[in-house]
Ligand binder design. Sequence first.
Ligand code: ATP
Ligand code: MG
Length: 421
Amino acid sequence: MVEKNPPAVEPAAAVVLSRSEHTISRRNIDPDALKILFRLNRLGFTAYLTGGAVRDMLLGKEPKDFDIATDARPAQVKKYFANAFIIGRRFRLAHIHFRGGKIIEVATFRRDPDPDVLDLLAAGSATQYAFGTPAQDARRRDITVNALFYDPVSASLIDHIGGLADLRSRRIRVIGDAGERFREDPVRIWRVIRYAARIGFAIEEDIGSKIVAQRDLLSACSPARLFEEFCKDLLGSQARPVLTGLKDYGVLRLLLGRIGEAFQTDPQLFNKVCSLLDIADREKSLRRDPGLTEMAALLFWPWAESLLISAPPDPYTVLKKAFMNAEMAVALPKGLRAQVIDVVALVARMIRALHTGNMRWSMRGRPQFALASRLCFLIEQNRAPEAGESFENLFRQAFPARPVFGTKRRRRPRKKKPPPQ
Ligand code: ATP
Ligand code: MG
């Protein structure tokens, strides 16, 4: 059965580019995303590709994920797609799950809520928001280059707010009044810095000064939501440039408390972080994506190293206390924090062993040993290890005569008993 919501009315001002006027090809779109788009269309709904996928394809980059905007309500999406799950506290949307952990987000066109609803949303007491037209949906988005729509049926590109012009002039422009949009949702401050850094676009001066004037608002955001954003940057393709952007705008100290303060005020420390993240970003570009624990351990290593330099009796307690005292706005889940502490304590032990020749090889039984070994290699060699390379190689090079646990010990030849006389 074909179901249709009231048709969306688009303002005459929208710029629509036909297939021959833009560079997006269906071939570059995830086949599952295309299937969802066409299916929604066959059911009588309007459905566009939007967000980072359209932006990245126009820039000739491979999109990280494919977000869909539609006039189908979340419940309707759930009804027609067996693998759809409704999620979201602030805004309900559908996640459609595919094999291999792939998730495609399908959000209903919406408009910015009224100020009183915004207050309720901020207080966490309202989950209602108003659905809207595609034009309203474009206007409620964060930056112009993130608000383009691609219609797979006509293969046309739809621009309601000047995103195409900004793409051409390589600038990041906040939709609406930047000060107001940052007040509404301070995470947009972070997002502006992120996308400018990721795609190498300029942030206009007046937006830059608003970021500086309003950045403190980030400290009041939900620590769990800030952690979600933190993961996007660590796992995203350009962790180093984004971190540099956050530092340049004085945002790091707000997000990472004392650790961020140290990054902002100690250029040597920050350079170390940058060179480690550069290596990780290179790995990502080769499709050897580091995991979250690895990325977090790399980020925190230069700071942790300074605490562990003097071989404290219990590095775990030292690091745990230091993390607690850091007063980060980003809430690291306990499990992740514990893993990071394990890894960096092991790395410190390994690096010391490379200077002293004393290694407790029984540590090999620790769950994080393999990851610590990889990081130790990466820190010492300024490159990720190739298959088969590890801390043991470095140890053997430094101390060829010392035994390595697991390899056969060289035994002294037994003295032959003198034959009985
Ligand atoms: P990528 O997925 O490559 O990181 P993206 O632009 O797709 O980039 P998402 O976090 O996936 O980023 O968000 C999808 C889209 O939703 C964005 O492009 C933007 O249009 C909109 N959006 C996300 N967060 C906000 C926000 N806080 N305020 C307004 N719009 C937002
Ligand atoms: Mg996205």
